[in-house]
Write a protein that binds this ligand. Sequence first.
Ligand SMILES: NC(=O)c1ccc[n+]([C@@H]2O[C@H](COP(=O)([O-])OP(=O)(O)OC[C@H]3O[C@@H](n4cnc5c(N)ncnc54)[C@H](OP(=O)(O)O)[C@@H]3O)[C@@H](O)[C@H]2O)c1
Length: 261
Amino acid sequence: MSERRVCVVSGSSSGIGAATVRRFAAEGWDVVVNFSRQREPAEAVAAQCTALGVRALVVKADISDDKQCHDLAAQTLDTFGRADVLVNNAGATKFVALKNLDGLQAEDFHRIYAVNVVGSYQLSRALVPLLRTAPAGSALKQQSGIVNISSVASMMGRGSSIAYMASKGALNAMTVGLARALAPDIRVNAIAPGLVETPWLKEGLGARYDQFRQEWVERAALEDTIQPEDVADAAWWLGAGALKTTGEVLLLDAGFRLTKA
Ligand SMILES: NC(=O)c1ccc[n+]([C@@H]2O[C@H](COP(=O)([O-])OP(=O)(O)OC[C@H]3O[C@@H](n4cnc5c(N)ncnc54)[C@H](OP(=O)(O)O)[C@@H]3O)[C@@H](O)[C@H]2O)c1
């Protein structure tokens, strides 16, 4: 069994997930880097982590598939013998204007929920046995933690689509339910970030991105966007610290919600 603590982050070949595995690696943790489509970026992120002196396991797994979640957990057990923190970060969306109700069909909801809600549930369930038996967890149970990456969209009725907002609202509710279900062994919290500067929004909004970003900065009380490293900081605190906090959804939006809706 690894003497170092281990952090598993779904969707960690890019953006917030990549910043989060780098953050835990910088703190001396071994990490599991997960992706579902493109291996190369995942290997590059893993190399950044190993350069920090820790071990990084790269696992291809689509979290919407329960078997692949169990395979990820089995590979984590084989390689490290433990898992101390899980960050459910992988997400899906469809960019549809709010008023375009015909732009979303049932299959869009199902695909988005399959990753954001069901996938996060399945990966949590697959890793709970490992999180429960982590040595740090047995010495001081609350040290094991799950952090769900939600979105400010769940609270504001703004975001890439109504299906996405609803899925992140469901993830918030699931966070509270799992926090009750897994206490006192495992703490479960969520982070609801605002505009984070990752490929996600840039690719989703295309030519509209610069204007969207500008409007965000003008409206946010702190006159700023969020960087992936800001979310990674919060994930580090909620996952490895915050020993008396569970069932919380932390808004991380540079004060965007303080201004007019
Ligand atoms: N960017 C924002 O403004 C923002 C704001 C609030 C919340 N969030 C949330 O933050 C999370 C990460 O977003 P990001 O902006 O960092 O996105 P990103 O840069 O596009 O990265 C997404 C990551 O998830 C992986 N992934 C996608 N579907 C997956 C699946 N089914 N199973 C496993 N891995 C999967 C991707 O790799 P592959 O493509 O190879 O699978 C990639 O590693 C999402 O949950 C998103 O909803 C983002």
